[in-house]
Design a protein around this ligand. Sequence first.
Ligand SMILES: Nc1nc2c(c(=O)[nH]1)N[C@H]1C(S)=C(S)[C@@H](COP(=O)(O)O)O[C@H]1N2
Ligand SMILES: [Mo]
Length: 300
Amino acid sequence: MAGRWRNDLNWSDVTPEHVYLNRRQLMAGAGALALAGAAGPARAADDMEPNTWEEITRYCNFYEFGTRKEDPWHNAGQMTIDPWAVEIDGMVDRPGTYDLADILKGVSIEERIYRLRCVEAWSMVVPWQGFELADLLTRVGVQPGAKYVGFETLYRPEEMPGQRARILDWPYVEGLRLDEAMHPLTIMATGLYDKPLPNQNGAPLRLVVPWKYGFKSIKSIVRITLTDREPATSWNKAAPNEYGFYANVNPNVDHPRWSQASERRIGGGIFSPRQPTLMFNGYGDQVADLYAGMDLAKFF
Ligand SMILES: Nc1nc2c(c(=O)[nH]1)N[C@H]1C(S)=C(S)[C@@H](COP(=O)(O)O)O[C@H]1N2
Ligand SMILES: [Mo]
């Protein structure tokens, strides 16, 4: 698998060695935190250089734990992720409630370094570990009439303080067209930086669709439904004129309240220039075919 896709370089390959070593030390324990921080200035040079562990795990969107970027880092520890099961239902040959351990037995975990572009116009580069969603869908057997895949996040207000407020219509739901879900760039992430996925990043299992705005990459998934109808999606329900079903990263289609032409890379510092946003977040050579002939301003 490794090397099949342009962006699945092993993160040690795209990281200057001294930064890599410092990150290794960071993973070895809290004592190395200061060292890892010192590696910061080496960053800006490479567009695909991963953000630090601290940036990725402390600057999050996970409204189930609050709306401030640091809320998930502070609050998501309350979420019980073991045991964990995923209900797979709808138009599948083998519907059922699958234990996470059983799901993981049948897949190969690999590393994917992906840009993550939030609809709020900031971005990161994240070294995920995970498996192709297509592998799981193939295993459960997608029936011929299925055209879409719906996803649902855990609903457990006693552990998710944000769900005790009406920030969104809970549980968080998302969806993809079946061909998008089967695309080899679409993964279910289980880890980052070779460590289990932190709760605030969507443990133990979250979707990652790198050519779409970050809100499509739904966290802490407990249900996957194959269907012949376009599934409802949380942000579309909340503000249909601002967030469409497709949500492909597109610098030419602005959000009604801000430009999508450029983005701020997290960790770049306040004086670092904004960088241009790339069509399909830079994955166009691999995904543009999926939308041939579609008006991307209409299907935003
Ligand atoms: N269940 C759920 N999934 C979610 C969100 C959320 O609030 N709840 N936020 C989304 C948004 S807006 C983004 S940008 C990404 C952020 O992922 P990260 O915090 O791991 O970087 O998660 C997405 N998945
Ligand atoms: Mo986002």
